[in-house]
Design a binder for this molecule. Structure first.
Ligand code: MLT
Length: 204
């Protein structure tokens, strides 16, 4: 997968896996990584699927209607890529925290829906339920931060509540941050994610 790896100054801090929104690139969320954990190594990945020239992490049939077969395939592809990247860049595979926005948050959530040890934690900005009707693997005490908009037209509030419930049902510790700025990724939600990350992983 096309990606950027930047080695951090604190090699015991979690590696941030940055996953952009529809139409983004591996460059988009680099400033977010800096705000969340400037000392962390960063692995920023570009989605492998193109929709009218826009990069995504999996195909969709319509707005909010996912191609499940492709979702499962692409989730496996990303998971395998993480195994290879950890070996290539010599970081601990078990020390990855995903930071995703929109379509990137959805593939990060999909990792948690399909694999038990995919991530050490996740920051999901405006995620949806990636897939319904499956049993999640155990995600015991996995720290998850969700940010959502009460008035998000792409991820309705109920979708956030459903995702929260499914992750909690699998054992995750979920913190949800609500705003009123639609589907926008705001500075205040990133600041909230950074504060949460500091407490969870850097003991700040
Ligand atoms: C998706 O397709 O993953 C969601 O609808 C969000 C987006 O527009 O990327």
């Amino acid at each position: 997968m096309i990606h950027i790896f930047q080695k951090g100054t604190n090699l015991s801090a979690p590696v941030l896996l940055l996953l952009h929104g529809t139409g983004g690139t591996e460059h988009d969320l680099l400033p977010l990584g800096q705000l969340i954990s400037p000392e962390s190594s960063v692995l920023s990945v570009r989605g492998n699927v193109l929709e009218n020239g826009m990069s995504r992490f999996f195909r969709r049939l319509a707005e909010g209607v996912f191609d499940e077969e492709d979702l499962v395939f692409r989730t496996g592809e990303l998971s395998n890529f993480l195994d290879r990247a950890a070996a290539q860049y010599e970081f601990d595979r078990r020390n990855i925290v995903a930071v995703g926005y929109s379509n990137g948050a959805n593939i990060a959530a999909s990792l948690l829906f399909h694999y038990e040890d995919a991530l050490r934690g996740a920051i999901l900005h405006h995620p949806m339920v990636p897939r319904r009707g499956i049993e999640l693997p155990p995600q015991r005490e996995l720290p998850v931060f969700i940010s959502a908009g009460h008035n998000d037209p792409i991820c309705p509030a109920q979708e956030t509540l459903d995702l929260e419930a499914l992750l909690i049902g699998a054992g995750a510790h979920v913190h949800t941050h609500w705003e009123y700025h639609g589907h926008q990724l705001t500075r205040s939600e990133v600041d909230a994610a950074a504060a949460w990350f500091g407490k969870q992983f850097l003991h700040k």
